[in-house]
Design a binder for this molecule. Sequence first.
Ligand code: NDP
Length: 310
Amino acid sequence: MIRIGVWLGDRNEDRDWIARLATLIPGARVEGLAEAVPDTLDYALVWAPPEGLLSRQAALKAVISVGAGVDHVLRVADLPRHLPILRTTGPDMVQRLREYVALHVLAHHRDLMDTDARQARAEWQVFVTPTANRRRVGVMGLGRIGAACAQTLAALGFDTAGWARSPRDLPGVRTYGGEAGLAEFLDRCEILVCLLPLTADTADILNAGLFARLAPGAAVINAGRGGHLVEADLLAALDAGRLSGATLDVFRTEPLPPDHPFWRHPRIRVTPHIASYVDPDSGARVVAQNILAFDRDGTLPDIADPGRGY
Ligand code: NDP
């Protein structure tokens, strides 16, 4: 029998996931991670678990992140470091991000912030934006999600580039790799999308130095993690007109506090970490398949490497 403990930080969500997984994995025992008797679980399915929950389950075979990122698991102080960490992606997760990135790149491309501001003033002013093939966009991170989003932008006609640790072959996308390729990649970006994992190497990467390299008046979209962005540097770059706008889905503190300046900044669009979502319906199917495959022989394509941090 496979025994699974669930902690997503929300009782209702936990209940949904427990019910779905119990149906999808016949014979499994699925319960709340906090309620489970110590040392009885094979798998812990988590989002940002508090300290103390994982280390009391000494029989765990793996920890499963309900999400593509694993930074929220690696952060847990008493995480048993020997355990494999399984990521959760799947077609719905990738599709939602493709939609989010297309929506917000197009919004910056077609100056939607200015259009909204003009509408608020009942101001009719015709303006023309270049077509997508004359707009240079760049995606940082070319993993499962970043690569799909870069190809979506290329399919929309954008002049698209991508950056990862090393260059790769991605049809329709010019790619750059590592520190050596970063400056050249940034120099060409008018709209920059961050889809990196949060690691020691990528923390604070969206900073004043990076903004200064982008094309003047560039826009930045961060759907990676809040820890990628130096908030004060973004505000300064926007207020100086160095950047024309930003769309932010992820934040250092979530939920974003009501008095945070991002909420009311005229050049910032805030979305509440909804670029994508692992829902208990299609997401549970992916998790169930992953658990069953991993339980068979201890392998799976979506296993994070704690040494690299993703
Ligand atoms: P993957 O692990 O599949 O890919 C990560 C990519 O980032 C790889 O291309 C990798 O390079 C690149 N990368 C990692 N470190 C560096 C570095 N130091 N320099 C350059 N490139 C680097 O991740 P996914 O595509 O599945 O997801 C990416 C991130 O998106 C997640 O970690 C998460 O933070 C975020 N996300 C946000 C969501 C939201 O709702 N806002 C939802 C889902 C994910 P290489 O290929 O060379 O290894």
